[in-house]
Design a binder for this molecule. Structure first.
Ligand code: SF4
Length: 486
């Protein structure tokens, strides 16, 4: 059997084809190619400027790269009977070929997972000295020395945070996937607040409350205690203060607030933050330990327009002032590195502007061009920073945030990020987002309610089962309210 696909590389339209007599490691092949050719589109097809051929014969594998029918690089290697090890062997050999072809090296090497710290937990837990752990990461995954040290630092911080919760601890996610407008880079199944969606908000809240009622029973049956709650999905405040109040009343009546260490409310965009909302949240702030998110993404108004936000950075400042007036100290701010048309100075200015707002935590994202985003179809219209600049700005941000007392406490990666980099959460001591860390480590149940919400249940031997809710709001409402009638 032969599988063929090609990569379109921007305007150069470099085509890469791949043939194999096995489906093995197809995902790794695609991911590593994408990492070497960011923005590339992989699809099945025939013929290419560069052609790869992989032949599997038991444990023996041969990968050959050809250009214009001339053999240019060949790698022969042997897999083992350990699937994880074989995956790494395949990845390293493919990486070597791509490095020869492009002259490039990737800071994260062959690491394809979105939770890089997960591979480090066993090293941290076994108290392996840092030098040995770092060498292992460099040798096995081709992770750069600098990134391996950073990874170890973040994994240790994550582990310290998780050591403070016991095995019965669990999280509750409340998804409200609706936003006033859709951001250019958004890939979530997030609905825009149209008249039709507006007319469904009350029913949606009813469905959420119904699902919550059933979830409380499940939490009790599983002998879990909810330690972290997350209101997210979009901009939860769009459902209106009265509906949010109904949800808090339900949570208060059914959960033991003594256990709740943190409740994150993604206020997100300043166009959904007002006095009425903050007044309500302030009522529950103490019992629920509310952590607010107010996310500028950038302080450049021009960029805010490009990415489809209906606000300016001045609106963000006003939202911060208002939140502080209502006594909110635990505020997180998201920023994105590599936004369309931004240059180095824009990002540096954003970091300084955000630091001036004094958030308790800052999450630094690297732009990801997702398949489901509008940006996926429009990216040729904009200029983007090159990978070298993004990498040095990540280092710069880490240094400046450290200088201002923010420690890196969690990390994740997405597919199709500029230069295959990372997203990192930094916080002042004691303001780390517990929910963020718990979902990264996958050791605790996550009960998720709302459209597009995904619950995650952890069983013995780290087996994970996921339960998916319908993404469409109308379908979600009718499913939940129909179940109720049964
Ligand atoms: S705020 Fe977040 S969820 Fe809403 S449209 Fe923008 S990226 Fe999507």
């Amino acid at each position: 059997m032969f599988f063929r696909f090609f990569v379109k590389r921007g305007k150069l339209e470099l085509r890469i084809t791949y043939c194999s007599n096995s489906q093995k490691f197809l995902y790794d092949f695609q991911h590593i190619i994408r990492a070497f050719y960011p923005g590339a589109e992989l699809m099945f097809g025939n013929g290419g400027d560069i052609h790869f051929e992989a032949h599997f014969d038991g444990f023996n594998v041969r990968i050959q790269a050809e250009m214009e029918n001339k053999e240019i690089v060949v790698k022969n290697f042997i897999l083992t009977d350990d699937d994880h090890e074989s995956k790494r062997i395949f990845g390293r050999n493919l990486y070597d070929i791509l490095k020869t072809l492009t002259g490039k090296e990737l800071p994260w090497g062959i690491l394809t997972g979105i939770r890089p710290t997960k591979i480090v937990y066993p090293l941290v837990e076994s108290n392996l000295p840092d030098k040995e752990a770092s060498e292992y990461l460099q040798r096995e995954y081709y992770i750069s020395k600098k990134k391996s040290h950073f990874l170890l630092e973040v994994a240790k911080n994550e582990t310290n945070i998780l050591n403070r919760v016991d095995s019965s601890a669990a999280c509750l996610y409340i998804g409200i996937p609706i936003c006033p407008t859709k951001c250019l880079y958004c890939s979530f199944s997030c609905h825009e607040l149209t008249k039709r969606i507006e007319s469904l908000l009350s029913l949606y809240t009813q469905a959420l409350l119904t699902e919550l009622e059933k979830t409380y029973k499940l939490i009790e049956e599983n002998k879990n205690k909810i330690v972290a709650i997350y209101f997210g999905g979009g901009s939860p405040a769009v459902i209106g203060v009265q509906n949010i109040k109904r949800i808090f009343e339900s949570l208060f009546a059914n959960l033991d607030v003594k256990d709740i260490r943190e409740t994150t409310f993604e206020a997100g965009r300043p166009d959904t933050i007002n006095r009425e909302l903050l007044e309500l949240l302030a009522l529950y702030k103490k019992d629920f330990n509310i952590r607010l998110c107010i996310n500028p993404q950038t302080s450049n108004d021009q960029t805010l327009k490009i990415i489809g936000r209906n606000h300016t950075f001045d609106d963000i400042k006003k939202a911060f002032e208002l939140a502080k007036e209502y006594g909110f100290e635990n505020i997180n701010s998201d920023v994105i590195l590599g936004l369309p048309n931004e240059i180095e100075e824009d990002f540096k200015k954003t970091i300084y502007d955000v630091l001036n707002l004094g958030p308790a935590s800052i999450t630094v994202h690297t732009l990801s061009i997702k398949r489901a985003s509008l940006l996926r179809f429009k990216w040729q219209n904009y200029r983007f920073m090159d990978e070298h600049t993004v990498n040095s700005l990540l280092d710069w941000a880490r240094a400046i945030l450290k200088e201002r007392g923010y420690i890196p406490y969690y990390m994740y990666r997405q597919k199709n990020m500029i230069g295959n980099f990372e997203n990192v959460g930094y916080s002042k001591k004691g303001f780390e987002g517990l929910y963020n860390v718990m979902i990264m480590q996958e050791k605790h149940n996550i009960y998720a309610c709302g459209a597009k919400a995904v619950s995650k249940f952890i069983f013995e031997n780290d087996r994970i089962e996921r339960m998916f809710n319908p993404a469409d709001i109308q379908i979600y409402i009718s499913r939940i309210l129909n179940i109720e009638k049964l």
